[in-house]
Design a protein around this ligand. Sequence first.
Ligand code: GSH
Length: 202
Amino acid sequence: MKLYTSPGACSLADHIALQWTGAPYEAQIVSRDERKQDWYRALNPAGAVPVLTEGDWVLTQNSAILNYIVDKFPEAKLGGDGTPESRAEVNRWLAFLNADVHPTFHALFGTEAYLGPEAEAKAKEQAKRALHGYFKRADAQLAGKDWLTGSRSVADPYLFVVTQWAKKTGVDLAGMDNLAAFDAHMAADPGVQAALKAEGLL
Ligand SMILES: N[C@@H](CCC(=O)N[C@@H](CS)C(=O)NCC(=O)O)C(=O)O
């Protein structure tokens, strides 16, 4: 199994999840330039990470890859506590992270520069406001918990990744003490540290 990842991108979530499984895998770091090349576009026409391959089989889309890791390595228990309800909770938070939180960062990563400086600044401001609300929801969910859904799951590394983006882009996380505690214990986790090291981030 091989994961294509770029340093600190959403694919870091898959990288951490693979570390947590304890199973053998290969991680290939791909640069922005490499993602534009034909060989990479053949794997993912979108030119995006993550991509996961198993022999000739190619899987894209972060939530699909994270769910595949859950199903492929059931002994790692990264998809809830075994009940359909807890699995649904993991998927609820994955959807929140992948469909709500992640795309809201686009404005902060400069994808709206085509709008011109004034509209872009407004888009950034609006994105920061929306993200503040999203992170407050995650902070409330983490009250009294070490992990988003109570037990360690594939949603946790995704939250960790977007929290790093929030810190870098100046999203207001003040007073979100549960999120800060989560961020600190994730940063101290050996699997997280191994993935960060492999991506040249530690
Ligand atoms: N819907 C895709 C989005 C993936 C995505 O946004 N990947 C970013 C990194 S976090 C990327 O590779 N962007 C480069 C690009 O799209 O050219 C998924 O969930 O996997």
